[in-house]
Each structure stands twice: as structure tokens, then as C-alpha cells.
Write a protein that binds this ligand. Structure first.
Ligand code: SAJ
Length: 432
């Protein structure tokens, strides 16, 4: 068992720290945010990640996971800090990754190993990250181990995937790779594949998420084409996927979260060879406009209409609203479609006509609208739009919704409603 300092106690760092502690490692958790350190100390973290609460309590109570106010000396430093994305330049911001390396340098000792898990553009581990660490006076790959091992867990299933997923470890030479593998071997049940090259490991992670983004774009474009032919895209995709070499993904209201909409740009950060990938991004980002078109098909003119958007989380059964398609749709509607022009009978120009409800998302995490309860969102609404596949929405009762809505219209962007039931209840319906 080893001493490990985990840097960044967010949605990857915290569960990883808890799993390592649970497996008997002595884990220091460091986060620059004091409130986060306090929450971890009290084992009181707001999370809807299945199993994390209990695991964290066990890890903290056993004394094996300790939140520290300063970066601790440790045999392993595992860096799981965010890499924000600059929307304007479409470039990654590496300041947290570099700051973590700068904070490690003063406590770095001969024989320690530093592993970067944060998603970064190819080359980052061997350049920005390595240079900041070498301010210690020690040489990477010689005096200390350096590796990149991208995280691959799916929010909502993090604990199972932390142990179960295969991992790729890219070390700067065999000694770095072996040291990193030893740590992952202690808690990963999946295969651990290695390369003596951190850049390949960085690249692998980015093409995995890009693969998904591009293929969702194909599904989204398929849905739009199917609509032009008057056929049901989801039914067609289901039939198509019966072929042994075809596996289309599911269309929806767009692609959200902090990974798929961003990693394609990270992949191309230092390359001029992108053609298909930015187009796929445009297709996915264009889905909110398409959903507004579907609402228009049902309602005609949207001025003065009230639209209830159900789902602010970027995907089903999670509380994370980062780059949420539901919120992008709300913004698209707000940009003019549903806000009555000044001086009309539809209400005051700034009266919000888009109501968003999400049972999983904390209102404080959303700035473009105030989240409201289901009844407030749907009362007087002219259309309900399902924007996230939360379990709670699958079971919605169309009859009781109809009683409080101004007009019975529904758009299901996630394909979770039994639309026959809704039509029988008097609804006009569309689905992506
Ligand atoms: N989506 C679709 N259609 C689909 C599948 C997803 O529209 O068929 C949408 C979702 O609704 C959501 C978005 O795509 O808005 C992303 O969801 P996701 O479930 O595909 O992925 P994430 O962002 O939750 O997690 C991804 C995962 N990457 C891959 O599966 C290759 C996860 O394993 C990574 O660890 C994570 O990114 C990450 O941190 O990079």
C-alpha cells in the first residue's frame, strides 16, 4: 500500500481518493477550495453519484482519506483538476493543471510518481506539466515517474467504472509506466494497457469522446432526415442496428456535459487536419434550433406562448447541468421565439415564458433561468418538451398534465415517452 496525494476533489478526484482509501492506501486529498476540503473532512458532499456517500464516509472515518490544507509529500501524486474550455477561442485553459504541477514541485522527492488524469490536449503531460514539475530540480522519467492515465468513468456509474473499466497508462519511459501501473493495479479490475508515451494516452482519451460526439451527430442528422421523409428515426435506427456491423447512437436535443462537446476541440488544439469533427460539433449544437422548429410545427407562432422544458441536467439521472442541451434550448427559446415582443398582449417583454424544471439539478447551479417545480412549469404551458431522460419523466401522466396546461402539445427529444398514450390523452406530439 502506498501514500497518495490526490489533487482536485471533484467528480473524478473524490471518488478515486475514496476508492484508493477504501483499498488501504493512505490518501491525502488536496483541493484549492477550502469549502470542498471542509465538506470532505465532514464526509458531507452534495452528490447523487450512486454509492459515493457511503464510500466517502467509510474512507474518512477509517482515517485513510484526509483532506489536507497543503499539498502533502506522497509516493504518488494523482492530478484530477479541471481543464476549462475557453468558449471564444475554443482553446483549453491549462492553468489548473500547471498550478497543480507547480504545487507538487516543492514536495516532490526522488522516486515519487506523478500521474495526470485530467483531460488535456495531446502533448500537455510532456510539456507544460513536465516543465512545471521539473522546477523541483528533479528530472522526469529519471528521478521521478511521470505518466498520463486518462479517466474514463461515466457520471452516474463512476464507482463501478473506476474499478471495471480498462485503463491506458502512458509513462515517460518504462520506470514511470511500471510505477503508475502498480497503483492502478491495486484497484482496477479491467485491463491496464501501457504505452511509453503520455501523448498517445492523451490522444486515446480524446478520440474516444470524439468518436461518441461524431456518432451522435450522425444520429442527430439521421433524425432530421427521417423527419423530412415523415418516418420515425428511432424505429429506423433500431432496425438498422440489427445489422452486425452497424451501431448508430441515439438522437437527442444536443450533446452536453463537460466532455463530449469539448474534447473534440482539445483533440484539434495543435492540428490543422480537422474537417469532419467541427462539422459534427455544429450539427450537435444546432439541435436546439431544430427542437424549436419542432415546437413551431405544433404551435405555429411562439410569441406569448409558454414552453415547459423538462430537464436541465446534461443527461438522465444526474444533477450536472454543464453545457446542458435543455438549458441551451431554454436560451434558444428565450432569444426571441417565446418572449413576446414589447407592447403585445403576451405579457411584459421580459416576462419569462420558458419554465424549466429538473428534479436532480440544484437551482443555484443554473444561471440563465430559475428552476421551478413541475406544477409551476407546466401550469398554463402551451407545450412540454422533454430535454433529459430522467426516470421521473418517463412516468409522467399526460392526463393530469393536460388538465393544467393551456394547450396539449409535447416534444420528446429523448424518445422516452409512450407517445401513443399521450396522443390518446389528446396531445399533439413530436419526437426527435
Ligand atoms: N448522448 C446522446 N446520444 C447518445 C448518447 C449520449 O445524445 O446516444 C448525449 C447525452 O444525452 C449527453 C451527452 O451525449 O448530453 C454525453 O453523454 P455520454 O453519456 O455519452 O457521456 P459523458 O459526457 O457523461 O461521459 C463521457 C464518457 N465517454 C465515453 O463514453 C467515450 C465517459 O466514459 C468519460 O469518462 C467522460 O465522457 C469524460 O469524463 O470524458
Amino acid at each position: 500500500m502506498s501514500t497518495v496525494c490526490v489533487h482536485g476533489l471533484g467528480y473524478i478526484g473524490l471518488p478515486t481518493a475514496a476508492v484508493l482509501a477504501d483499498d488501504g492506501h493512505d490518501v491525502f486529498g488536496y483541493d484549492t477550495d477550502r469549502a470542498v476540503r471542509e465538506d470532505v473532512r465532514n464526509a458531507d458532499v452534495q452528490t447523487d453519484e450512486p454509492g459515493l456517500d457511503g464510500l466517502l464516509t467509510r474512507a474518512v472515518e477509517s482515517g485513510r482519506l484526509v483532506a489536507t490544507d497543503e499539498v502533502a509529500e506522497a509516493e504518488y501524486h494523482l492530478v484530477c483538476v479541471p481543464t476549462p474550455f475557453d468558449e471564444e477561442t475554443r482553446r483549453p485553459r491549462l492553468e489548473y493543471v500547471v498550478a497543480a504541477a507547480e504545487a507538487i514541485a516543492p514536495v516532490l522527492r526522488d522516486g515519487d510518481t506523478v500521474i495526470l488524469e485530467s483531460t488535456v490536449p495531446p502533448g500537455t503531460t510532456e510539456t507544460h506539466f513536465r516543465h512545471a514539475l521539473e522546477e523541483s530540480g528533479l528530472e522526469a522519467g529519471v528521478d521521478f515517474g511521470l505518466a498520463h492515465c486518462p479517466e474514463t468513468v461515466l457520471p452516474g456509474n463512476i464507482l463501478a467504472e473506476l474499478r471495471g473499466n480498462d485503463r491506458i497508462v502512458g509513462g515517460l519511459g518504462p520506470a514511470s509506466t511500471d510505477a503508475a501501473v502498480e497503483l492502478y493495479d491495486s484497484f482496477v479490475d479491467g485491463a491496464i494497457r501501457t504505452t511509453q508515451d503520455p501523448t498517445t494516452a492523451e490522444f486515446v482519451k480524446l478520440i474516444q469522446n470524439t468518436f461518441r460526439d461524431v456518432n451522435i451527430a450522425l444520429a442527430n442528422e439521421t433524425a432530421r432526415i427521417a423527419h423530412d421523409y415523415g418516418i420515425d428515426a428511432r424505429e429506423a435506427i433500431d432496425f438498422a442496428n440489427g445489422h452486425p456491423r452497424v451501431e448508430l447512437l441515439s438522437p437527442g436535443p444536443g450533446v452536453g456535459g463537460h466532455c463530449l462537446p469539448i474534447d473534440p476541440w482539445f483533440l484539434g488544439a495543435e492540428s490543422d487536419s480537422l474537417e469532419l469533427i467541427p462539422t459534427a460539433r455544429e450539427v450537435n449544437d444546432g439541435m436546439s434550433e431544430y427542437v424549436v422548429e419542432l415546437i413551431r410545427e405544433l404551435l405555429g407562432d411562439l410569441s406569448g406562448a409558454k414552453i415547459a422544458v423538462l430537464g436541465a441536467a446534461y443527461k438522465g439521472n444526474v444533477g450536472d447541468a454543464r453545457k446542458s442541451p435543455g438549458l441551451a434550448l431554454a436560451a434558444e427559446l428565450r432569444r426571441g421565439a417565446a418572449v413576446p415582443p414589447p407592447g403585445t398582449d403576451g405579457g411584459s417583454p421580459d416576462e419569462p415564458r420558458v419554465a424549466v424544471h429538473d428534479p436532480h439539478v440544484d437551482d443555484a447551479a443554473v444561471d440563465i433561468v430559475d428552476l421551478v417545480d413541475l406544477e409551476t412549469a407546466t401550469t398554463g404551458a402551451d407545450a412540454v418538451v422533454i430535454a433529459t431522460d430522467h426516470d421521473e419523466f418517463e412516468g409522467l401522466d399526460p392526463r393530469s398534465l393536460r388538465e393544467r396546461m393551456a394547450a396539449p402539445n409535447v416534444v420528446d427529444t429523448k424518445g422516452i415517452l409512450r407517445l401513443r398514450r399521450w396522443r390518446e390523452a389528446g396531445f399533439s406530439a413530436r419526437r426527435v
